[in-house]
Design a binder for this molecule. Structure first.
Ligand SMILES: Cc1cc2nc3c(=O)[nH]c(=O)nc-3n(C[C@H](O)[C@H](O)[C@H](O)COP(=O)(O)O)c2cc1C
Length: 511
């Protein structure tokens, strides 16, 4: 009898601890049972060695990739011992970054406080070419891609925004409008989807006065017109009714508990020409740079946009290309799996159109689609991206375990749900630190890779720095694969010089 009382007391103590601690969302939401996850995780490698999967299986993100994000976010040792477990020579499309014999030697040691955040600013000034009133140099080459409050929880949005504030990253609001949870100090990219939430007239059209009001009320640094998203291009958005709480209904101006559908098309424009007019109107009214986000399908739009931008006095300040492999809160399988080109294919078709039109130095290029890992980000930058946006990798950093239940409202970690009990498990302060750590570690790795290749800054990567193995003991340089001309993918000499001068760095390695 005495033993039973002791066991009950111990269990009650564990429950009390689990419910009140703020580090682990799983334990807060599933006291006691949650501990099994950690125990199983500890013996996972041994179990997997015999029965389940290896470190590079599981999608969208492999165990190795998730482990790297988790370890970086916790500032734990993210080194991998004993050498690679990849069959490097036998793998096809395997990326190799080619280091220099003599790595870059920085001319001065970093300031210690700065160094802990590993700031790596963007080589171009956003809005510089069109001379927007509130143009600025983004402080981080890695930023958080669009995910709305609605598809993510209030606690997750708070964690992302605070983490962005700490690490100097931009935080894209997603198409669901701006909520008070977005207002935690992090700079916002305010996304306008077809629902124009937060800037919507009674008949569902874009209302510029409301847009200005919203942009001025919050810390909006840039505005993004979402043309499409890799996971569901041409589909419009759907927020399942289960996630349309009274709060979300109020922010968006829609009925509670009912599926919220954003149309597939924009009411404010229906051609590249009209799009450019809207971009200029928004930029004039708000003063902030205005960009577009799109997945790549038909190339006609991009040719026409480049032509109009070269021939008229109008232009977008940035272009974000989202890969078909990108994430979503909810989409039909066929759209996720089969519509829109993957990032590497899509981006490498669009960038040359603007390079050939002489516009690539003027536009900030942004990439997304599983780019939250250094080797993928290096290739993206070599292809011409000035910065990359990460969505699901940021979710992993704040505790997502890739349960792939975003569309059900039952996300066990409180990241992609509106269930109050589950959301309570996610402590925004603790997870904000995790996001900031992930960003800092990621930038640190990018800086180290650049230095290993003899470069002062990751913007110097070109396709000559990357080789792609073919799985048959052969390989090709990325330049051959993507058919890029010399000079493509790099910022202009003037932009590079201005960046390095700001950072106090020399272009070439110090002797
Ligand atoms: C839960 C979730 C919600 C998203 N919501 C939006 C959105 O509102 N607008 C948008 O343009 N993209 C949205 N995306 C797509 C991401 O912004 C990003 O483009 C895509 O996931 C690729 O990045 P990743 O591979 O790093 O996740 C969402 C993605 C996820 C996972």
């Amino acid at each position: 009898m005495g033993w039973i009382v002791i066991i009950v007391l111990v269990l009650a103590g564990v429950v009390a601890y689990d419910l009140t601690q703020t580090k682990h969302a799983i334990l807060r939401n599933f006291p006691i049972i949650g501990h099994f996850r950690y125990w199983l995780e500890t013996i996972g490698p041994e179990l997997r060695q015999y029965i389940v999967t290896n470190n590079d299986e599981e999608r969208p993100f492999s165990r190795d990739q998730r482990r790297w994000v988790y370890a970086s976010a916790k500032k734990e040792n993210n080194y991998f011992g004993f050498g690679t477990d990849n069959e490097v020579e036998l793998a096809s499309n395997y990326l190799i970054i080619k280091h220099a014999t003599f790595p870059y030697r920085p001319p001065k040691p970093h300031n210690a406080t700065e160094a802990s955040l590993h700031p790596v600013p963007v080589a171009k000034v956003l809005g510089g070419w069109r001379d927007r009133r509130k143009k600025f140099r983004p402080a981080s080459i890695i930023n958080v891609s669009a995910m709305s409050f609605g598809s993510l929880s209030s606690a997750a949005i708070m964690a992302l925004n605070r983490g962005c504030a700490q690490s100097g990253c931009l935080h894209n609001t997603g198409e669901g409008g701006i909520s008070p949870h977005h207002d935690q100090g992090g700079g916002l990219v305010y996304q306008l989807g077809t629902g124009y939430f937060g800037a919507r007239s009674a008949d569902g059209n874009l209302d510029i006065d409301k847009l200005v009001e919203t942009a001025e009320r919050f810390n909006v640094r840039a505005i993004e017109i979402k043309l499409s998203q890799g996971a569901k291009p041409g589909k419009g958005g759907v927020l399942p009714g289960a996630k349309v709480t009274p709060e979300i209904a109020k922010i968006r101006g829609i009925p509670e508990g009912v599926d919220c559908l954003s149309p597939a098309y924009h009411r404010a424009f229906s051609s590249p020409d009209e799009l450019l007019d809207v971009v200029e109107r928004i930029a004039d009214a708000t003063g902030v740079p205005v960009g577009i986000k799109a997945a790549v399908g038909d190339l006609g739009f991009w040719h026409e946009l480049a032509r109009l931008m070269s021939e008229t006095d109008r232009g977008v300040d940035y272009i974000q290309i989202d890969g078909g492999e990108g994430g979503t809160g909810a989409a039909p399988l066929v759209f996720s799996d089969h519509v829109a080109l993957p990032f590497l294919v899509g981006f490498s078709r669009v960038y040359p159109i603007f390079a050939e039109a002489g516009l690539s130095d003027k536009i900030v290029f942004v990439g997304s689609g599983k780019l939250g890992f250094p080797e993928r980000a290096v290739l993206a930058m070599a292809l011409g991206c000035d910065m990359v946006m990460v969505a699901r990798e940021a979710m992993l950093a704040i505790g997502c375990i890739q349960a792939q239940k975003c569309e059900t409202g039952h996300c066990p970690t409180g990241v992609a749900t509106q269930n109050k009990w589950l959301v309570r498990g996610l402590d925004p302060t603790n997870k904000a630190n995790r996001l900031a750590n992930y960003m800092a570690t990621f930038r640190h790795d990018m800086g180290q890779l650049a230095n290993a290749c003899g470069l002062a800054h990751p913007s110097g990567f070109t396709l000559d720095h990357v080789e792609i193995l073919d799985g048959r003991f052969g390989s090709a340089s990325a330049r051959e694969v993507f058919k890029y001309q010399p000079g493509w993918g790099l910022p202009s000499e003037a932009d590079s010089a201005a960046l390095l001068a700001e950072l106090g760095l020399a272009a070439a390695a110090a002797k």
